[in-house]
Design a protein around this ligand. Structure first.
Ligand code: HEM
Length: 425
């Protein structure tokens, strides 16, 4: 366990591999876990599709995300104008799965109920199967996984994803072949299936690629969205200024990538939720692939697995009143000279490791930030919510992992006197 004062030093050391640690922790090489190997491909296909095509498309995908959010919220949060109880995490997971699938797989599959079930279940099954398998010596895992219940579930989901995605890929390839043969322009599908093909040709397995995306994107994004929803419920005075900001920005700019940039208070609230409850109390997990000597004399031997204590995000030397959620914290910091960029949600730094830091900092954070903001805009404008008295909203700890509480209950109602119709944009 490394102390926070070496963050700046280790963040860009190539001998400290994220992928290798990921592959070891999550059993790359075992049937059903192919998505893990896909994450650690030497050509970094996943990382490069996310960094290049996905991030560069953000300006084009904000409006489709908003359309899908309107549809998804109406299904999963409903239209009931009376106060009613709702266990919020599950519906938010479904909403994130729909929005993500819209961009990862396109219009056809983002409303396919079977795919939505697979994408929601896969990461959870891998996270259950991994510790189950870790109880066995490494040498036996290639055999015992066939008999362990969570591993069986992971394999079943991988197989099902092949059945769902295979025909769509086939159909697209036929459409393209036919267009090429008849001299017509080749249709473009503006989603991650197409982007991966542009990068790797046919040298990748589409359903495995999609499961890798499901693994890294769906539960992480849901967790931060959910935590922010719970934090807003505990700090209701933030709702009115947030509504004002969203209304002013959307009225003047509509749905653009830059509109989301202009929602500085919303950005600050999400970053504050990520500061107080990151995905884990440790981070920057690495496997040392060649001996490393740090400037303090510490030698990290090849083969060592390291991680970082994330305490700094609650350290009073770095954050005033660190155990108090303050939606304005990063909004105010953005006004300080020199801190404008560092205080944005997508900025990583030694003091804020919600998305990691350095060469392996989360490449999906720009997309995740947009997805969370679009969803919150719709939620804040369309719904009122507050905590059910006595509900447990404290994060649920499993080992070092810290999840937003899956049992937290809200009282929610659809607003009727809405000052601004967000769906009209
Ligand atoms: C709020 C949502 C998210 C959070 C909190 C989050 C957090 C993280 C963290 C902490 C890391 C490790 C960084 C490190 O060790 O330095 C990471 C890595 C990664 N994330 Fe995310 N993530 C989120 C959403 C996403 C999304 C939506 C995608 C894909 C579209 C994604 C793709 C990845 C990938 C591919 C890596 C591995 C990077 C590498 O191999 O260098 N993440 N993420």
């Amino acid at each position: 366990m490394l102390p926070p004062d070496v963050i700046g030093e280790i963040r860009n050391i190539p001998q400290m591999s994220f992928s290798k640690a990921f592959e070891m922790d999550f059993h790359g090489g075992i049937p059903g876990f192919e998505s893990i190997e896909s994450e650690s491909r030497s050509d970094l296909l996943l990382q490069s599709v996310i960094r290049k095509q996905l991030t560069l498309s953000l300006s084009k995908i904000t409006a489709p995300l908003s359309q899908e959010a309107a549809f998804a919220l109406s299904i999963h949060l409903g239209e009931n104008p009376e106060w009613h109880e709702i266990t919020i995490k599950d519906p938010l997971l479904s909403i994130v799965a729909r929005l993500s699938s819209r961009i990862f797989l396109g219009e056809e599959l983002c409303r396919d109920e079977d795919w939505l079930r697979v994408t929601k279940s896969y990461a959870l099954s891998v996270f259950n199967a991994a510790p189950e398998l870790r109880l066995w010596p490494r040498s036996l895992r290639k055999v015992v996984h066939w008999f362990l219940p969570h591993c069986t579930r992971v394999r079943a989901l991988a197989k099902e994803s092949r059945k769902i995605i295979g025909p769509v890929v086939q159909k697209r390839r036929e459409i393209k072949r036919a267009a090429l043969a008849s001299g017509k322009p080749i249709p473009e599908f503006n989603d991650a299936l197409q982007w991966a093909e542009e990068e790797a040709g046919q040298d990748f397995i589409p359903e495995v690629f999609q499961l890798s995306l499901s693994l890294v994107a769906i539960h992480t994004t849901t967790d931060l969205l959910d935590q922010c929803v719970l934090d807003i419920a505990q700090n209701p005075e933030i709702v009115a200024p947030l509504r004002e900001e969203i209304r002013d920005v959307l009225r003047s700019q509509g749905w653009k990538k830059t509109s989301l940039y202009s929602m500085k208070l919303l950005d600050s609230c999400i970053k504050e939720s990520s500061r107080m409850k990151p995905l884990s109390i440790v981070g920057m997990r690495r496997n040392v692939v060649d001996d490393v000597r740090l400037s303090n004399g510490l030698v990290l031997k090849k083969g060592t697995c390291t991680q970082m204590d994330l305490y700094r995000m609650r350290d009073p030397d770095f954050y005033e009143n660190p155990n108090q959620w303050d939606g304005y914290r990063f909004f105010k910091k953005r006004l300080e000279p020199g801190k404008e960029n560092l205080s944005q949600l997508v900025a990583t730094s030694d003091d804020h490791l919600g998305f990691g830091h350095g060469i392996h900092a989360c490449p999906g954070r720009f997309f995740a930030a947009n997805e969370i903001k679009v969803t919150l805009c719709h939620m804040i404008m369309k719904y009122d919510w507050k905590l059910v008295p006595g509900t447990d909203f404290e994060p649920a700890m499993t080992g070092t992992r810290s999840n937003s509480n899956p049992a937290a209950q809200l009282l929610m109602r659809r607003r009727t006197n809405v000052e601004f119709d967000i769906d009209s944009i």
